[in-house]
Ligand binder design. Structure first.
Ligand code: F0G
Length: 355
């Protein structure tokens, strides 16, 4: 049967009714890819799977939440939506708004979002403004406007976003036939870890799973407010998607880690880039840097003996966004191609080929 998107597939678990107009790009149903070479690299006998969310329609997990947020905004009679974004939320909001006919206002931190994401928000016809401030400043402006003007907020503070995003957990369980032992995930504004934990708990309450995963979240070291226990005024990291100093869902992220027996930790930009290259070059999976934080965290904590008693256990790493979102970073990481003369023998010589 053709996939119908997350709302129709998980209708009974979502706050929707027959009256809800469903705006969908058939998001979800993303592959759970086994990562055997990564598991061998880590060398702790773990079974590792990659939930490749970059394969959603706009290239990130945001589409799961956006199909809900936009459908509910229309049901509630809204005419316009607005978000602050490090890029992916705005790409998704712009696309789903275009599809539904809603007006979309996007506020992004000036010069801080990856090129692919910016191009998406613009081409989908959103009204895009680059605010002279960081993401946290931008979100404050959006909160003010959406509280005082007739515009619906579609950041993950909107509970419909979390509802949609929890379907990622349902899909993992539906494929594995059980909950993983560990669920590794990047943490930025902290909505997604909140959403996955909600999804797992709801499947547990529904009797679909008998155990729950340990939620292990990873922030970038230069923007790790939850790990440090204080707001970071000037967050820094090459993983621009998670360059956030004051996450909106801070408390629920901490609760997810605590209640599941997991943790929230941080990884350096160097560790993120190492994982980014390992994924691309040994698994064939291209993600944006923020997404590699989940894998970087697993590699790092494996070295610190976190998984020493976990032989045979299952780890799911959520890869939140596609690598093409941030092409500049890929080129900066590995360099531009060498230029060569238009001559077959020169190419043969350069490649070191023998007959
Ligand atoms: N990975 C990617 C690729 C993201 O775009 C984000 C968040 C995260 C991870 C972190 O998820 O915020 O739920 O903890 N991006 C938001 C945006 C902030 O505006 O696109 P989170």
């Amino acid at each position: 049967m053709a996939w119908e998107g997350v709302i129709k597939t998980y209708f009974d678990y979502l706050p929707v009714s027959e009256k809800t107009p469903i705006i969908t790009l058939k998001e979800g149903n993303t592959p759970l890819v086994p990562a055997d070479r990564l598991a061998r690299h880590i060398n702790k006998g773990l079974k590792i799977f990659l939930k490749y969310e970059g394969l959603n329609p706009t290239g990130s997990f945001k589409d799961r939440g956006m199909t809900m947020a936009i459908s509910k905004a229309i049901e509630e009679g809204s005419c316009a939506v607005m978000c602050a974004s490090t890029g992916n939320t705005s790409a998704s909001a712009a696309a789903y708004s275009a599809r539904s006919g809603l007006k979309c206002f996007v506020l992004i931190p000036h010069k801080s979002i990856a090129l692919g994401k910016l191009s998406q928000a613009l081409i989908h016809g959103a009204d895009v403004l680059a605010v002279q401030g960081n993401f946290d400043d931008t979100l404050k402006v959006v909160r003010y406007i959406t509280s005082n003007y007739p515009v619906t907020l579609v950041n993950s503070i909107n509970p419909n976003r979390i509802e949609g995003q929890k379907t990622g957990a349902f899909e993992i369980v539906d494929v594995l036939g059980k909950a993983p032992d560990y669920h590794a995930i990047p943490v930025g504004n902290a909505g997604n870890i909140t959403a996955y934990w909600k999804g797992y708990r709801e499947y547990h309450e529904a009797g679909k799973i008998s155990s729950l995963p340990r939620m292990i979240g990873f922030q970038a070291a230069g923007s790790a407010p939850i790990v440090l226990g204080k707001v970071v005024e000037d967050p820094k990291t090459i993983a621009t998607a998670i360059k956030i100093g004051n996450p909106a869902s801070w408390e629920s992220a901490e609760a997810a880690a605590r209640d599941s027996g997991g943790m929230i930790q941080m990884v350096t930009d160097e560790e993120i880039i190492e994982a980014y290259k390992i994924l691309a070059q040994t698994e064939g999976v291209f993600v944006e840097p923020a997404s590699a934080a989940s894998v970087a965290g697993v590699i790092k904590y494996a070295k610190e003996s976190y998984f020493d008693d976990s032989k045979g256990k299952t780890v799911v790493c959520v890869l939140t966004g596609h690598g093409l979102k941030d092409p500049d970073r890929a080129i900066q990481t590995v360099g531009n191609p060498e230029v060569i003369e238009n001559d077959p023998m020169k190419v043969v010589e350069r490649l070191g080929l023998k007959k």
